[in-house]
Design a protein around this ligand. Structure first.
Ligand SMILES: Nc1nc2c(c(=O)[nH]1)N[C@@H](CN(C=O)c1ccc(C(=O)N[C@@H](CCC(=O)O)C(=O)O)cc1)CN2
Length: 286
């Protein structure tokens, strides 16, 4: 029997008693079956966060718009920021790359297996190197070379592409150019970067060399939302791997590839699954 369409209600609001009951009652009163109900009350920031996956039971199948209209009352009562999304609808994701291919390959593969429920709207790069990789997977490739002089116009063109393709999330899959403050503001909360170190250690373009010179015994990767402050955005996910005195920077780079790809894919999966919230300079990840 064809499974009923599932929806995800994502909510954040000032924390207070009665929110969970209100959400539960709202869904129950409309014949919804709750598959997953995640919630967290951050006493420090005073904010409440919840992500709820549900289906409509019986032969009731109100449209999402009807549901949204009905939920507005509860949302206003608790001053909620909220959105409802069809859980099965692929998220529209634009991937940015430079010359390193490992994170792009991994995202393309996880999309092809269905593990990542995404539609890749385009691959945008400041180099031509990865065109074949994208095009043979049927993904449009857009070459936007960046120089100090043309960076502003190229960033305007990127925003046009994001708009034209209805892109919901931009993923920096080892894109090695620093985005301007303006672009970061335009993409706030919908741009994820993979940094090739265990932040806050070893920021910048050459973390593996820094790790080698410092002689660390663990190296890592960090997926974070992109902000104007380089490598300072709210962290979504991290992984580490052991390092040894015998690892030169090249070997550390090799060890790092796998954890970069895995960490980025996990962060993208959490984000498009409506399970990540920005909470000041931190995140809540269900
Ligand atoms: N506004 C932001 N832009 C970007 C971020 C970010 O956190 N905020 N992350 C980077 C990725 N990155 C590290 O993860 C990184 C990339 C590039 C550089 C850098 O210094 N680039 C040089 C040029 C290097 C080159 O051309 O190879 C530069 O832009 O002058 C530092 C960190 C993506 N963008």
């Amino acid at each position: 029997m064809k499974s009923k369409p599932a929806f995800i209600l994502k909510v954040s609001c000032p924390g207070r008693s009665g929110i969970v009951a209100a959400l539960g009652n709202f869904l129950a009163d409309r014949g919804c079956f709750i598959k997953e109900f995640h919630q967290f009350d951050d006493l420090d920031s005073g904010r409440f966060f919840s992500s709820i996956e549900f289906v409509f039971e019986g032969n009731k199948n109100p449209s999402v718009d009807q549901f949204r209209a009905a939920f507005e009352v509860t949302a206003l009562r608790f001053d909620m920021e909220w959105e409802i999304r069809d859980a099965d609808k692929p998220a529209k994701v634009l991937i940015m790359v430079s010359k390193y291919d490992h994170c792009l390959r991994d995202l393309l593969y996880r999309r092809s297996t269905g593990e990542l429920n995404i539609e890749i709207t385009a691959v945008v790069s400041n180099h031509e190197d990865l065109r074949n990789l994208a095009e043979r997977e049927g993904v449009p490739y857009i070459h936007l070379p960046v120089t100090k002089e043309n960076k502003p116009e190229q960033e305007v063109r990127l925003l046009e592409i994001v708009k034209e393709t209805n892109t919901e999330l931009v993923v920096l899959a080892r894109y090695m150019q620093v985005l301007s403050n303006t672009l970061c503001e335009q993409l706030a909360g919908r741009c994820i970067n993979i940094h090739h170190s265990f932040l806050p250690g070893f920021k910048g373009a050459k973390p593996y060399l820094q790790a080698y010179e410092r002689g660390v015994k663990l190296i890592g990767a960090t997926a974070h939302y992109v902000t104007a402050n380089l490598d300072e955005g709210p962290i979504i996910d991290q992984m580490v791997e052991r390092a040894s005195h015998s690892h030169d920077p090249q070997h550390l780079t090799q060890v790092g590839r796998d954890i970069e790809a895995q960490t980025l894919a996990r962060a993208v999966k959490h984000h498009v699954g409506q399970r990540v919230f920005q909470n000041g300079l931190r995140t809540v990840v269900f």
